[in-house]
Design a protein around this ligand. Sequence first.
Ligand SMILES: [Zn+2]
Length: 145
Amino acid sequence: MTTLDQIRSRIRERILKRCKRPKGGCWEWQGASSKGYGRMKYEGRVLLTHRLSAFASGIIDNLEPAPNNVVLHLCNNPKCCRPDHLKRGTQSENMRQWARDRFCADNCAVNGRQEIPKKSNNLKTNNKKWSERCDSNTRPPRPER
Ligand SMILES: [Zn+2]
């Protein structure tokens, strides 16, 4: 019989093998990814590596997707699997964090502090707009559901 601890340590091993782990930095997943998030096949399903890592370290109790079982990146690096850069949260927290990080007037490295209105896809954050066009290089991907 396989215990939960054994399952967790096996997942941890698989993840650590494929992460770059610079001292003090993010543990970036080097394997397959999509939309910026690392992915790994586990028990016949393709799962997000940061979620697997959070499960392996006991941050979440199970791998089932649920609105209150979301894994957030404290470092905003979608490929990061470092457990102390991850925390458990809710989907609405995730969306709030995403909107805050995306607000181009504050943090767009490409277009400076200009706001570039676009007809569609404008999000409102703090009553200001940011556009999809802005900061294409700096914008992390949309959070996973
Ligand atoms: Zn990180």
